[in-house]
Design a protein around this ligand. Structure first.
Ligand SMILES: [Zn+2]
Length: 94
């Protein structure tokens, strides 16, 4: 007899943790994108203020940086991401 296990969709713990982390980042970046839409700054790079190409936004609507700035390694730590999510969720539509 096997003990009853919660359904994990066939993923192990490490894979699930990675999926949760990347999903949280998408949610946080999407909330930031909604704020930028409200502020009228959506579609401009947060680092160099250049316009982000529409083709990039179609693929990644929550993009915060142009391709060249993203490649330079603008990344947030998990702590910043968590703080950001707590701060930004109020911009999500209710
Ligand atoms: Zn840029």
């Amino acid at each position: 007899m096997c003990a009853q296990q919660p359904d994990r969709g066939g993923y192990d713990d490490d894979t699930l943790a990675a999926l949760i982390t990347s999903s949280r980042q998408v949610v946080a970046d999407t909330a930031l994108a909604l704020r930028r839409m409200a502020e009228g700054t959506y579609g401009t790079c947060e680092r160099c203020s250049m316009g982000i190409p529409v083709e990039r936004l179609e693929i990644l609507p929550q993009a915060r940086f142009c391709v060249s700035c993203q490649r330079r390694g603008v990344r947030r730590s998990c702590d910043e991401l968590t703080a950001c999510m707590e701060d930004e969720t109020r911009y999500l539509p209710s």
